[in-house]
Design a protein around this ligand. Sequence first.
Ligand SMILES: Nc1nc2c(ncn2[C@@H]2O[C@H](COP(=O)(O)OP(=O)(O)O)[C@@H](O)[C@H]2O)c(=O)[nH]1
Ligand SMILES: [Mg+2]
Length: 318
Amino acid sequence: MIDVATLVEQARAGRPRAVARLITLVENAAPQLREAMAALAPYTGRAYTVGLTGSPGVGKSTSTSALVSAYRRLGKRVGVLAVDPSSPFSGGALLGDRVRMQDHATDPEVFIRSMATRGHLGGLSWTAPQALRVLDAAGCEVILVETVGVGQSEVEVAAQADTTVVLLAPGMGDGIQAAKAGILEIGDVFVVNKADRDGADATARELNHMLGLGEAREAGDWRPPIVKTVAARGEGVDEVVEALEKHRAWLEEHGELAARRRRRAAEEIEAIALAELRARIGDLRGDRHLAVLAERVAEGALDPYGAADELVAGLTRG
Ligand SMILES: Nc1nc2c(ncn2[C@@H]2O[C@H](COP(=O)(O)OP(=O)(O)O)[C@@H](O)[C@H]2O)c(=O)[nH]1
Ligand SMILES: [Mg+2]
C-alpha cells in the first residue's frame, strides 16, 4: 500500500525515490493521484519552468544538461522532465550522451525524470503539468522541460512553461521547419546551437529576419533574443541563463508570470475535466441510459446533439 501523506512528506524533503514514485502515480493515473495532488498543492507555484523544444538532434538534451550545470553553479535545485522518448534522460540515447548525463546522476539537488509521450490516458496535457507539480513541491527552483518539437501535444507542453526556448541548428533547414511547425510563435528565447558549425550566423540571420516579419512590437513588448551556443562545450550557456533571467524579470514586471500560470492552470483543469468526462462516458458503454438514447437517435426520434446534452447532464448531475 502506498501511504500518500508519507510520500508527499518525503518528496518535500527532497527524497528522490518519493519524487519518482509520485510521478509514477501521475503516469499510471493511479487512484491515489487525487489525494497526492491535494496534499502537494500548498507547496506548488514556486518553481520557474523552462520549456526547451526543437527538431530532433538540434541539441536539446545537451543544452538541458549544460543548463543544469549552470543552474547548479548558481546553487539552485533543478528538476528535469524529458518528454522526448529519444532523450538520453530516458535512457534511449547514444552512450556518449548518457555518460554526459551521469554528471548529474549522483547530484542530490538534481531531479531527472522522463515521461513516455504515448499510451497515456488523457495524454501529456495533464500528465506533464502534474509531474511539474511534483518537482515543484520537491523544492526544485528551476524545472527544465525537454520536448521534441514535433507533434501538437509536445509543442503545447513546451509552450506552457513560464519561458519557452526554441532551439535551432545550422544546416538542418530548421528555419523553414520551425516556421511550418508554428514553433516560432512560442519562442521567448531562441538558441542557435552547434555554433561551431558552418552556417550558424546565417541561421541566426534568417531567424532574425523571420521574427522581424511579425507584427510591429509595441514599446515594452518582449523582444525574443537569439543566443548562439555550442552546448556540447558549454559555450554560450551562461548567456542563455542570462536571457532566461531577463525574460523572467520581464514576465514579473508585466504581470505576465501570474497570467501565464493562470492560463496554464485553466488548461490543466480543462484537460482533467475532459479526461474525467471521457472516462465516465466510457463507463457508460453498455449502460441502459446510453442504449435508450442511441435507440431514439437511430430511429430519428431525437437528434444527436440533444442526446449528447442529456448524456452530459446526466453525468454531471452527480
Ligand atoms: N557540433 C556540435 N554538436 C553538438 C552540439 N550540441 C549537441 N551536439 C550533438 O548533437 C547530437 C544531438 O544532440 P542532442 O542533445 O541529443 O539533441 P536533441 O535530440 O535535440 O536532444 C549529439 O550527438 C550531440 O553530441 C554542439 O554545440 N555542436
Ligand atoms: Mg533529446
